[in-house]
Design a protein around this ligand. Sequence first.
Ligand SMILES: Nc1nc2c(c(=O)[nH]1)N[C@H]1C(S)=C(S)[C@@H](COP(=O)(O)OP(=O)(O)OC[C@H]3O[C@@H](n4cnc5c(N)ncnc54)[C@H](O)[C@@H]3O)O[C@H]1N2
Ligand code: MOO
Length: 476
Amino acid sequence: MTADPGDAPDHPETEQTPARHLAHTWEEARTVAFEAATPIPAGRVPLQHALGRILAEDITALQDMPHYASSAMDGWAVNGSGPWILAEAGHRLAPHEASPIVTGGLIPPGAKAVLRSENAVLGTDDDGLPVLMTGGTARPGEPRNGQHIRKAAEEASQGEVLVKVGIRLNPAHLALAALAGHDALLVQGKPLVKLLLTGSEVVSKGLPEPGKVRDTFSHQLPAVVEMLGGIMGGQEKIGDSYEEWLNGLEDVALASGAPEPEGAGVPVPAVLPADVVITTGGTGRSGTDHLRQAVAELGGRLIIDGVAMRPGHPVVLAELPDGRFVLGLPGNPLAAMMALSTVGEPLLAALGHGKMPPVQEVPSGTTIEPDPGRTRLMPFRLLYGMASPAQHTGPGMMRGLASADGVMIVPPHGVQLGEPVPAFALPWGPPVPVPEAAGARAKAKAASRTAARTDAKSAGKPAAPAGPVDWSALLG
Ligand SMILES: Nc1nc2c(c(=O)[nH]1)N[C@H]1C(S)=C(S)[C@@H](COP(=O)(O)OP(=O)(O)OC[C@H]3O[C@@H](n4cnc5c(N)ncnc54)[C@H](O)[C@@H]3O)O[C@H]1N2
Ligand code: MOO
């Protein structure tokens, strides 16, 4: 099965030694994944898929907004002063004529104002013909010329810029774009990701019998992919045969063949080919692990074939001849998430016009012994500003990660208690806190000592902690 990176030779390959893979270091793997990708060009997406996207060109008014003069009130469109003879709705009004109109209704030609219904009364003239007069709460001179008419172009004229390029689109931007006549918007490219979840032992619901396991990936991967800047474009589950792998890898990466939904004539994620296919399982080197062979048969090349880290070392990054990436995550759930953070996160960031995800230092709350040749990724909990490795962090476990505040990147030479150790935040969690500057920390300590002394003196008993202490982190 999977070659252990600890077994990798530390001398270069020669003609005498068989060709043997040397895993990338953790740092190299991130850089290689980031540099393998070029940002995805801008594309037009229907309004219903544009929320949160970065606008790649100004939104302009496609016509005057509003594009016709309309009534702001239910009532009567009138021409000149009353009383008014009634005319048919929508027809040109001669002086002293009126016709009924509703809010938003098109102002008929000749109309100069709208008399709201509560200020109008219907009566008869001397000849007994119906006429409209002002009444109710109408003020003298009402309606003034233009009163209760929403003029055309009062919000914007055709061609006016409404939203500037570079903005992240919010719901109000989308409403404005719709008002301006747009069905689709040009937005910065984002990677479309499809999932190929493998393993005949994996079940989707209920309590699995021995030999079977509950699927963890269909629950967490779509959400995490979106958090990392990808667009989820569907998933497929397959068993363990080579044919399933080969077909799955071809199918899932390409358009699903579903009919294009109604809309702006712009295809939506389900019918588009993937930029990245994420597979789970099959990264080992046993007879049932087919990832590398399937990639080779499709004419792909391996960019990363293992990383000297634990867990997640068998991770694979490949590129197919048409430029699509295949990210092979190990089947073990925690290993997969660490592989996704190491290789997938920089890849998705680069494809989506982002920066290399940051690494931040945090003081280690414990001494961690060396493990030559590999980086250890350890979910941690923060205790008094220091990172303590969480419990339950075996490659197949999720309990430690579920309660973690971040992940320590422990270098092969280990780390001493209190020493800063690199760490990354979880896609769903807060950033790793910036350690206080030494000076600020010393000042804060001195201040808290003085406060504690004063409190103790005034109470005549020893100082107690300022508030309740949260020991829950110790439970892992
Ligand atoms: N002889 C060796 N064996 C193994 C090595 C090695 O170096 N030599 N490496 C181990 C490590 S580390 C890992 S990680 C795994 C990699 O395994 P694969 O990517 O080939 O994945 P599978 O063998 O298919 O599955 C591994 C494990 O994960 C479970 N799994 C798979 N899918 C799911 C899912 N959707 N939800 C939950 N769990 C899943 C699967 O049942 C297995 O238990 O190889 C080690 N072996
Ligand atoms: O390192 Mo594996 O990737 O432990 O689970």
